[in-house]
Design a protein around this ligand. Structure first.
Ligand code: DAH
Length: 345
């Protein structure tokens, strides 16, 4: 083994142990985020070792060191993950005790007269989203929560027994024709209703409640909220979609945030993508789906695909509010405990 490989191994081991100790010393989740950004960033110690890899001329040594680098990164990430959970828990309970209400009768009656109500986190988020989209030139539309199979699936390019229907665990309403009435599983059916009712061009967002056959846990609820976007005009391209997502990202999250699109599949768009938001510290939030409106969907909305084109997008509001406020468990958001709501104004 050459001396150069030895020295790389040594500096990797150093980077790893000083990284682990920096992680364990982080005093808050935001400090931990910046520690990780420094460690695994372009200028970090791991990246420095990585950049030396190419200089080793023995292929076996290069491979072996490559494996060690990957292991070091994985070790740092898993240390950071458990530290993050620990800090988050601590921060949450500090918050809760800081906001604790004295539940004695006297204190309650004295405070009740002064206490102000708060809007639910999801309501707050929805209103901010609406403000931002109105600022970008969008109108707001709403549709029914009890939908027909036609709007929820068929008009969205999912004929009966289309396999993509299983992407949504559907709750059904009793009706004469079994399976023809559902609780909408997403806000996408409102796209069709808007296309049928509004003459194009259309620039609309459609927030609302959606329902899925889901057991509640920390990240899932059977009832949650989405916001749908629809743009229909002449000559709309994928570049308009990407640009709109990016403008929205900056307007809603702030200038330090950017967005990216990843190829994906939805029956109602072609091509389809998922979009993620990049935080200033380099971490990513997976937000939602989007794509160019499928010609079958335009036709179901009564529009001629030769004349009109457009894009659509949709994402969950609850998860976004959860991310934004560092809520650990979605179920807390629906606990109806005023001490929870009062923490967020
Ligand atoms: N309706 C999709 C869902 O609930 C989200 C979605 C994906 C909406 C792509 C769209 C879109 O408008 O173009 O999973």
């Amino acid at each position: 083994m050459s001396s150069s490989s030895h020295s790389e191994r040594a500096s990797l081991a150093d980077a790893l142990s000083s990284g682990i100790s920096a992680i364990s010393q982080a005093a808050s989740t935001s400090e931990l985020r910046s520690v990780m950004a420094t460690l695994t960033g372009k200028k970090g110690a791991v990246a420095a070792v990585k950049s030396q890899l190419g200089r080793l001329d023995n292929i076996e040594e290069r491979k072996a060191l490559g494996v060690l680098v990957n292991e070091a990164v994985a070790a740092l990430e898993s240390a950071a993950e458990s530290k993050f959970r620990e800090l988050k828990r601590a921060e949450f309970s500090t918050q809760i005790s800081a906001e604790k209400v004295d539940m004695t009768e006297l204190a309650l009656s004295a405070q009740a007269s002064q206490r102000r109500g708060r809007m639910h986190l999801v309501t707050q988020a929805t209103e901010r989203l609406e403000d931002v989209f109105v600022g970008l030139g969008f109108q707001i539309a709403e549709g029914p929560e009890v939908e027909t199979d036609f709007y929820n699936f068929e008009a969205l390019n999912m004929p009966p027994s289309h396999p993509a229907r299983s992407m949504w665990d559907t709750l059904f309403i009793e009706s004469d024709v079994e399976g023809s009435v559902v609780l909408r599983t997403h806000t996408s059916p409102v796209q069709i209703r808007v296309m049928q009712e509004w003459p194009p061009p259309i620039y609309a967002v459609m927030p609302g409640r959606v329902f899925r056959k889901e057991t509640p846990d920390a990240t899932h609820m059977p009832v949650f909220h989405q916001i749908e976007g629809l743009v229909i005009d002449r000559g709309i391209t994928f570049a308009d979609l990407a640009g709109t997502i990016e403008s929205f990202t900056k307007a809603f999250f702030g200038d330090g945030f950017t967005s990216r699109l990843r190829p994906s599949y939805f029956p109602f768009t072609e091509p389809s993508a998922e979009f993620d938001i990049r935080r200033p510290d380099g971490s990513w939030i997976e937000l939602g789906g989007c794509g160019m409106v499928h010609p079958h969907v335009l036709r179901a909305g009564g529009l001629d695909p030769e004349e009109w084109s457009g894009f659509a997008f949709g994402f969950g509001i609850d998860r976004m509010a959860k991310e934004r406020h560092g809520v650990n468990d979605l179920r807390d958001m629906y606990s109806d405990d005023i001490r929870f709501t009062e923490q967020f104004s």
